[in-house]
Design a protein around this ligand. Sequence first.
Ligand SMILES: Cc1cc2nc3c(=O)[nH]c(=O)nc-3n(C[C@H](O)[C@H](O)[C@H](O)COP(=O)(O)OP(=O)(O)OC[C@H]3O[C@@H](n4cnc5c(N)ncnc54)[C@H](O)[C@@H]3O)c2cc1C
Length: 400
Amino acid sequence: MEYPSPKNQIPVFFEDTSVAFASKSDTKLRKTYWLFSLMNQARVVNLGTFFIKLALKLNLPIKNLIRVTIFEQFCGGETINGCDPTIKMLGKSGIGTILDYSVEGEDKETSFEATAAEILKTIDKAATSETIPFSVFKITGVGSSELLEKIQRNAVLSEEEKISYALLKQRVEKLCLRAHEKNVRIFIDAEESWIQGVIDDIAYEMMQRFNKDKAIVYNTYQLYRHETLEALKSAYLSARQRGYILGGKLVRGAYMEKERLRARENEYFNPIHISKEATDTDYNLAIDFCLDHIEHVSICLGTHNEYSSQYCALKMKKSQIATDDDRIWFAQLLGMSDNITYNLAKAGYNVAKYVPYGPIDAVLPYLIRRAEENTSIAGQSSREFLLVKNELKRRGIGSL
Ligand SMILES: Cc1cc2nc3c(=O)[nH]c(=O)nc-3n(C[C@H](O)[C@H](O)[C@H](O)COP(=O)(O)OP(=O)(O)OC[C@H]3O[C@@H](n4cnc5c(N)ncnc54)[C@H](O)[C@@H]3O)c2cc1C
C-alpha cells in the first residue's frame, strides 16, 4: 500500500488483524471466513440471490437461514432493541453505532410516514445512549424519489404532488427538529445526481436552522462527482456568510454504475470522475479543505479506504488536532473493514459503524449489495476475505 508520507509519521495502521477481530471468538471467526469465502464466488452469489428472492416470493421458510448467515454479518437486528447486543459489543471497543433503518423500495405516503416515525425512534435512542453519536436517514425514505426528480428538473407539479412535497419537507423538518432538541447529530445520506440537487437544498435549509452553535445536521458529499469539491467549498462560504456550522459526511459515492448508464442513455455529460484516481484525489482534497477550516466545519469520513483514513489521521497530527476531537469522525459499515474501525478506535480516534436494521425481507436489497461487493473481482479475493483468512492464520486455526 502507498502511504501518505514516510511510514514512521503515520499515526495509525490497519494491518493488525488481532485488533480488528479481537471481539470474534474462534468459532465466530470461522463462520465469518466461511461466509466471505462463499461470497467471494460470483457464481454462488448470483445463484444465491436468485434462490433467496424466489424462496421469499414463494414463502419458503428461509428467513432463519438468512438471519444466521448474511444478516448476522451485516445487520444489527430486526428492530432497534434487537440491535442492543451489537451496540454493546461495539461500545466495549470504543466504537459508536449509527442506527440505519435500511428498509428500501417503499413508495407510499403511509410508508414514508412509518419510516419517519421509526427514524424519530432512532434519534430518541441516540439521545439516551453514550455510544450512538449520530442518527441518519435518506430523503427517499420519507418521500418519493420520482417527485424529487420532477422538482429537480423544474417540471410542473400536480396539486397532489405539491401536497406530497409539503409532507416530505414536514417530515424532514420534524426529524431535524427532534435531533436538534435532543442534541443528536443527524446525517442526510446522499443519493443519485438527478435528485441530489433538491436534497442539497433541503439539507442547507435545515443546517441554517439547526447548526447555529454546532453541527447537528450533516449533508453528504459524494466526491466521485466532478463538481462536489467545489460545491463543498461554496457550501462552506455560504455557511460562513449565514452564520452556521457546516456539517459534512464525506463519501466517494455509491451509484457509479447507475449514474454512468443514465448519462449514456440520456446523452448528457457523465457527472462521475473519469477515473478512480480522480475520485481519490478529490476525496483527499476535501479532507484537506475541511481540516483547514475545522473551526467552522464538522466532518465524518464515511469510507473503507485505508489511504484516506490514514491521510486524515496524519493531517490531524500535523495540524495538532487531538485524535478525539469531536468535530472529526470516521465511519464504516457493520461487518466490513473492521481492521480500519477497530484500529482507529484503539488509537483514540472517533469512529462508528453504520448498523443497518429492519425486517429481513425489507433489508434484503441492502444485503444483496453487500454480498455483490464482496465477490472476487477478476480472480482477486475480496479484501474482507483476505483479512479474515490472515487472522485465522495468525491464530493458527483452520477454517473448519
Ligand atoms: C459510513 C458510510 C456512509 C456512507 N454514506 C453514503 C451516502 O450517503 N451516499 C453514497 O452515495 N454513498 C455512501 N457510502 C458509500 C460510499 O459512497 C462508497 O460507495 C463506499 O464506501 C466505497 O468507497 P470507499 O471510500 O469506502 O472505498 P474505495 O474502495 O477506495 O472506493 C470505491 C469507490 O470509489 C469510486 N470509484 C471506483 N471506481 C471508480 C472509477 N473508475 N471512477 C471514478 N470513481 C470510482 C466509487 O465511488 C466507489 O464506490 C457510505 C459509506 C460508508 C462507509
